[in-house]
Design a protein around this ligand. Sequence first.
Ligand SMILES: Cc1cc2nc3c(=O)[nH]c(=O)nc-3n(C[C@H](O)[C@H](O)[C@H](O)COP(=O)(O)O)c2cc1C
Length: 390
Amino acid sequence: MLRFETAGESHGECLVATLTGLPASIPISVAQVNHDLWRRQQGYGRGGRMKIETDAAEIVSGVRHSQTIGSPIAIIIRNRDWQNWTEVLPVESYEGDEEKKKPLSRPRPGHADLAGAIKYNFADARYILERASARETTARVAVGAIARQFLAQFGIEILSHVIQAGSARIERPVEWEEIVALSKKQDVLLGCVDSEAEARMKAVVDEAYRTGDTVGGVFEVRAHNLPPGLGSHIAWDTRLDGRLAQAILSVQAVKGVEIGEAEEAASSFGSRVQDTIHYQKQNHRFFRGANKAGGLEGGITNGQDLIVRGLLKPISTLRKPLESVDFATREPASAAYERSDVCVLPAAGVVGEAMVAIVLAQAFLEKFGGDSLNETRRNFDGYIQQVREF
Ligand SMILES: Cc1cc2nc3c(=O)[nH]c(=O)nc-3n(C[C@H](O)[C@H](O)[C@H](O)COP(=O)(O)O)c2cc1C
């Protein structure tokens, strides 16, 4: 069973992640992990924090001589901002520390502040926001980067792009090759493959900058070259659609998940939404008329590209704050403002890639198992042979 865990506060010393259950002898490049961390920091609309942090992963166990060794992988990513917070968030209390605290006492609607402070019985929401913050997704991206390198051994690639920012949306189909080309760009704007649509998206973000507001939207994650047969129809918790939905919904600010063309399907007749089945006799293979199902039928991959979308609400910290209540006085007050992003769509897409990579790596290992990469590969090759002979 492949499992991972993250720890760390947004302004604490560092983020920590562990990943347990990968086979031994998978080649691992730390540079590739750092490249994914860099991608998570890009995009038009990010706040000042991204200028402070240049994330770099330190792998402290489970990888030796650039290969996994089968034991748990532990990763540390240091917060450069910690140097400004040592007196605010010390591990051990010290004399006079009460004055150094930075209480968050005017909870932000839409953030975890109020619900978390009530639940944990804190006088203010500082400790809640420190963990609820999407800074945590840095650790997920590092774990996802390792899972991605495992899946790449079998030719599986995972990428994302943005299809909507506020009301601006790309209205045409997008080819896999366009997403690959986008992923190689050094200057990330809003992560859309189409420059005209991206310009419309940028105009929406610019308006939010002008008015002190924030922007949500939709990102799409695609997994390419997947074998058919990952996940299973046999039980509610083995269905890959449900598992992917949980993974994507667990990303901070994601409020909806769409698999394939779910929204369009819900308002169409059945004859328009199913992917018709055909057979090429000369090379003995099935093929499909379209991919509206997003590569999943019955919770099982069907060999087409997996398409999962995350619907992101606008960020809840507003420069022009909403109505709230002060914890101390119980009087009406403007919600707190902490240095914050205005739009995080491309970054959320990179986090979505990481979550999809982790879920796919889990499903892949459930099916093919193995304590070493060679053993996994033997099992995989045998199955692919069986699929060819089907
Ligand atoms: C990449 C990324 C960056 C984010 N940055 C911010 C931010 O700067 N300010 C903010 O208020 N929320 C930000 N969020 C969203 C909050 O973390 C999230 O809204 C909050 O934890 C409450 O969770 P919920 O919206 O899922 O209910 C970000 C989310 C993502 C995915």
